[in-house]
Design a protein around this ligand. Sequence first.
Ligand SMILES: Cc1cc2nc3c(=O)[nH]c(=O)nc-3n(C[C@H](O)[C@H](O)[C@H](O)COP(=O)(O)OP(=O)(O)OC[C@H]3O[C@@H](n4cnc5c(N)ncnc54)[C@H](O)[C@@H]3O)c2cc1C
Ligand code: FES
Length: 263
Amino acid sequence: MKIFSVKKEIIENKKISAGCYRITFESRKIACMAKPGQFLHIKCSDTYDPLLRRPISIHSVENNVIEILYKVVGRGTGLLSEKSCGDSIDVMGPLGNGFDYQSLVTCHLSPILVGGGIGIAPLYFLARKLVEKYSNVTVLIGADAKHNILCVDKLKKLGCRVKVSTNDGSTGINGTVVNLLKKELSPENVKLKIFACGPIPMLKQINRLVSVYNVSSQVSLEKRMACGIGACMGCIIKVKNGYKRVCKDGPVFDIKEVIWEDL
Ligand SMILES: Cc1cc2nc3c(=O)[nH]c(=O)nc-3n(C[C@H](O)[C@H](O)[C@H](O)COP(=O)(O)OP(=O)(O)OC[C@H]3O[C@@H](n4cnc5c(N)ncnc54)[C@H](O)[C@@H]3O)c2cc1C
Ligand code: FES
């Protein structure tokens, strides 16, 4: 798998909701290789401060245009949000393994995508790929409040069935995205495949739920990263048969492989 390091001009850095931005840039090399669930390691400033790059998922690839969707949580993402159209963005990627969605047809499984908050970012790219082959893509999106529910209109435009939940009930059902997922599962309906991305407590709840129904599931994990390419061992997690690097062996893992008590 080839990894590129490129410096590109930003086409757009648009605020799409409170604290959330979308950067668009063009890179033919990365676009050709990118798979849903992979990420880019991004240098957030033009100096060595902060020194470390920040991992951000690939949100969309269309022709040679790449989008990332990110939430401002600290210094790096704050600096990224200050960049303007015409400024440069220094990215390394595509990195990580990505979701495995190729076997759905042969196994007759229907995909359900579950995104918590900004966790919807990589799932939109996955949805775009899935709708090319499947007519029954369900996307469940949860957040604390309405203004943090992202991507609904564009997922509906793709033809996905979209359900929404908020903790404060400001839109969709009043509850969590795991409550939405519960409604989709039943002992008779095991012909599903779940792809989830979001905060660890959400993923832990999904793990408990799917172990009851024995539904095949993949999760994208977040861990603080340094090198991003598997060299520093800074992003190790414990799995059933040892240890794995989230940046290189992940960020996508089979839900049964992860030792959830350790996260
Ligand atoms: C594979 C992967 C894909 C990601 N994709 C996206 C994405 O598409 N959009 C997006 O908004 N964010 C994404 N993240 C999270 C993003 O990398 C962090 O929010 C970012 O690195 C924070 O950098 P900062 O300098 O702004 O914050 P810092 O000042 O470094 O930290 C601010 C806060 O964010 C927390 N934080 C920092 N890094 C991470 C991390 N890797 N995971 C969880 N919490 C973290 C810190 O604990 C702290 O509370 C992804 C993370 C990983 C590992
Ligand atoms: S961040 Fe260096 S091995 Fe994962």
